[in-house]
Design a protein around this ligand. Structure first.
Ligand SMILES: [Zn+2]
Ligand SMILES: [Zn+2]
Length: 81
């Protein structure tokens, strides 16, 4: 099973690092534990896509069946709302 550590920014300014098995269905945006509903379709080169798992709140539809994660949405300058 794949293991992953995630760093979470706490409201008091501290950091929490959690390591454990990857929940396959979880959104991969830092600090988000929602189930993912889409994969980022941003073209990362070499014919690959970003494939980040994103939940309904973090996905941005940029076309029919094309969704971007927040990082790539920012990168191409699409406004979420
Ligand atoms: Zn999310
Ligand atoms: Zn992405």
């Amino acid at each position: 099973m794949r293991m992953k550590c995630r760093v979470q920014q706490l409201e008091n300014g501290g950091m929490r690092i959690t390591c454990g098995p990857v929940r396959q269905s979880a959104c991969q945006v830092a600090g988000c534990d929602e189930d993912h509903v889409a994969l980022c379709d941003y073209r990362a080169g070499d014919g690959k896509t970003c494939d980040k798992q994103i939940c309904g709140a973090h996905r941005t539809r940029v076309g029919a069946n094309i969704d971007y994660c927040p990082d790539h949405r920012d990168q191409i300058g699409i406004n979420a709302k």
